[in-house]
Design a protein around this ligand. Sequence first.
Ligand SMILES: Cc1ncc(COP(=O)(O)O)c(C=O)c1O
Length: 473
Amino acid sequence: MLSVLKNAFNHVETSDEILVGRKIDNDPKVENLVNDLIDEVMVINSEISSVRPPQASLMENSKKLIDKTGSLRGRPLYHNYIGTGAGRGPYVELEDGSVKLDLINGIGIHIMGHSNPRVMKAAVRGSLSDVVMQGNIQPNNDYWKLTEKLVQIASRKSRLKHAWFSTCGTMANENALKMARQKNSPAKYVFAMKNAFAGRSTMMAEVTDNPAYRQGLPSYNEVIHIPTYDKKDPQSSEKAFNKMKEEYAKHEKDIACFVFEPMLGEGGFIPTPREFYVPMLEFCKKNNIAVWADEVQTFARTGEFFAFETMDLGQYVDIVTIAKTVQLGATLYTEEYNPKPGLIAGTFSGGSASMAAGLEILEMLEEGYLGPNGRILKIHQKFVQGLNYLNETTCKGLAQDAGGMGLMIAFTPFDGKKEQVEALIKKLFANGIIAFSCGKEPVRIRFLVPAIIEDQDIDLALEIIEKTILQGI
Ligand SMILES: Cc1ncc(COP(=O)(O)O)c(C=O)c1O
């Protein structure tokens, strides 16, 4: 045994072909098996082609599964949804036999839809690696490849230079906050926007401007909320900037960062003009307050990879957080904000399958989805035009204010009352569309549309929306 090892060490090969890992990567038999596997699953999935109602014979068992899941976790499911694990494009099959048109995609994870063969293949190849979950001290190649890709796309129009993985958007945000606070130590206060959503940790529940999400938790009072853009108020930009200046006058060097979502998600998908942010961003730069864009929801959806590119804000950002579409969380930061050793770590950096699939998704997005003539903006136009048409014709005044950015689309149904919107979401689900809500007053219907949706699927979505609105609430 010892002599075998000695020989192995003495034998110097110039090519990396001696590596077993590379043999697995390049083995034609493995490649054919993976291709055959995906092809076979896709043949079976091809039975799924459009929306289908529940099947009577499956409904009882499905209800049992839904109830059991709710009881096990101590809280019922929001939708009557247990997936079978099968889907195709924007369609997903549920245990009750129904097929739904999925316009929310796990709140924005599945940008390439369900059972996308390229995403599945990347995930399967990732799963063939020696470990399920990669950690920060023992990365495999997937780790640096995805980091390199993110840094490369992020640095094209900003000073961002590094990326650090985490398993979700909340943790990416926690790392961002720590970087901002460390660099600007001992500053502790955070400027955030009203109606912000930042995640579910104790601190992110405070950055989030929704008391219902921190009921019973103590207040740490470290976050100052700035008024959001109000398109009906011509003074809105000035009001926000004045609030920032007033608060700065009170706290001065104690402000560590300004975090903003380029377009607020929970805030109702109201696009915010660049000019609204610029005075505040200039002010932050002048006063060494870290500028942190929370792109957990906007990343890969606005027609460019980053909303800071779409909105031409790249020159200002020091830290950017992403998650969802890239299948794990990541914090991107400039040289200046690179933290000292010890500040960020964590056991998990991400699953091998997630990293491989995340990289594949980024590469797919570069194949015709981005840019002013890319598919994402075409989807946006068609969908929003269709909603506006309904609002002007058959559903007069009942589908107002359709808009958003790219694949993030919302409209206000009826009077935008919470109960009306909740009832409509349940009816849409029964009629075959999975949606969610956003915004407060008004509450809106939110869609996170997959990039692979075809025009005929958008037509079907509009038909179902029309039919459901006309059924009333
Ligand atoms: C803007 C924004 N920030 C942070 C988060 C939290 O991300 P996660 O749920 O992955 O922790 C979300 C999730 O919806 C989000 O939309």
